[in-house]
Design a protein around this ligand. Structure first.
Ligand code: BGC
Ligand code: CA
Length: 172
């Protein structure tokens, strides 16, 4: 239906009808294939219990793992640990009311916080007093710990076991 209508519209609007028609047809065929793949992915992730929110799918674990094990789990699911880019996303995570690993660590360089997608930390939601490498411990991984407050992040020991959240970006 939509494809057919678009083709007719493009056909009517063009001067060099045959050429434009062929070019449009190729573009539309490609777009159709992309949409088909997105739909397949969408159905797949929904059926696996992932939640869609603001352009991403999210998976919340039901067991607890270390930060590294959590990240490996996400990668195996075709995703990565969640990268928090907005207040809305932070609130979304907090709603689970669990201590959850997020995709933020300073393991490479102490004090330089880096997201798993390689981006540096710009908007942060540290709890007051954090990050603190508590009592001289090496706390290189970030969890949402004070989840009843928007600023709920805590740096924690990466080997500790927490729930974790994976994120898979998917724009429709
Ligand atoms: C945690 C620290 C945290 C502190 C906050 C401790 O139990 O291990 O990471 O900074 O609590 O009071
Ligand atoms: Ca801490």
């Amino acid at each position: 239906m939509m494809l057919h209508d678009s083709l007719i519209l493009l056909f009517l609007l063009s001067d060099n009808k045959t050429l434009d028609f062929e070019a449009s047809f190729k573009t539309l065929t490609e777009e159709r294939d992309e949409l088909k793949k997105k739909l397949t992915d969408f159905v797949h992730y929904s059926q696996q219990g992932w939640k869609y929110f603001n352009g991403s799918f999210y998976y919340i674990s039901s067991n607890m793992k270390t930060w590294n094990e959590s990240r490996t789990d996400c990668l195996q699911r075709g995703a990565d640990l969640v990268v928090v880019n907005s207040e809305e996303e932070q609130e979304f995570i907090n709603r689970y009311q669990k201590r959850i690993w997020i995709g933020l660590a300073d393991s490479e360089r102490e004090g330089t916080w880096k997201w798993v997608d390689g981006t540096p930390l710009t908007t942060s939601f540290w709890h007051s007093g954090e990050p603190n490498d508590y009592e001289g411990q090496n706390e290189d991984c970030v969890e949402t710990r004070f989840f009843n407050e928007e600023n709920g992040w805590n740096d924690s020991i990466c080997g500790q076991r927490n729930f974790w959240m994976c994120e898979k970006k998917m724009f429709l």
